[in-house]
Design a protein around this ligand. Structure first.
Ligand code: MN
Length: 203
């Protein structure tokens, strides 16, 4: 069963003016598609039980993947999982958490939503080169972390990601050029907090 590119759950222009239409087209149709294609190519001759694993199971269990294709699966399986979550957690106009379990957990771990945003912006800004900044749930508590390349926090047990910010240049360069901090500031206008709250409840 081949892995497939999920459809974008909204039109390319839905995140304007914060994330531009051209970036969304290239990011979804070219970059995400390439991760899916390369993942399927890597798995072509893999054992049947590895071919049967979901992308999330693959990145959670990289030690079960034959060593010859493990790096390709880590990079492209990670790219597939990370971007699938990324599209789902983006939306303009949802309400920031002010009460409820997610808001309580944010206040308990960071003191305030503003402090959480600051921690995520710092994680994104200081990630050298390409990677992701993450809000994760570990042992029932929230934490901020970051990963290089397409690594996912599920792979090394650093937590279940409930919000991921793609800081690869391909995520922002057309509109923000070298100004990654400006992209990170604008990112708060496109967070689907309903999706983050649902992932927190499930974690
Ligand atoms: Mn990306």
């Amino acid at each position: 069963m081949a892995h497939e590119l999920p459809a974008l759950p909204y039109p390319y222009e839905a995140l304007e003016p914060y994330i531009d239409t051209a970036t969304m087209q290239i990011h979804h149709d070219k970059h995400h598609q390439a991760y899916v294609t390369n993942l399927n190519n890597a798995l072509k001759d893999a054992p049947a039980e590895v071919q049967a694993m979901s992308a999330v199971d693959l990145i959670k269990n990289l030690s079960k993947v034959p060593e010859a294709i493990r790096m390709a699966v880590r990079n492209n399986g990670g790219g597939h999982v990370n971007h699938t979550q990324f599209w789902e957690q983006l939306k303009v106009g949802t309400s920031e958490p002010t009460s409820g379990p997610l808001a309580d957990a944010i206040n308990s771990a960071f003191g305030s939503l503003a402090a959480l945003k600051e921690a995520l912006e710092k994680a994104g800004t200081t990630r050298f080169g390409s990677g992701w900044a993450w809000l994760v749930v570990k042992d029932g508590k929230l934490a901020v972390t970051s990963t290089p390349n397409q690594d996912n926090p599920l792979s090394d047990g650093s937590g279940a990601p409930i919000l991921g910010i793609d800081v690869w240049e391909h995520a922002y360069y057309l509109k923000y050029q070298n100004k990654r901090p400006d992209y990170l500031k604008a990112f708060w206008s496109v967070v689907n907090w309903d999706d983050v709250a649902a992932r927190f409840a499930a974690a």
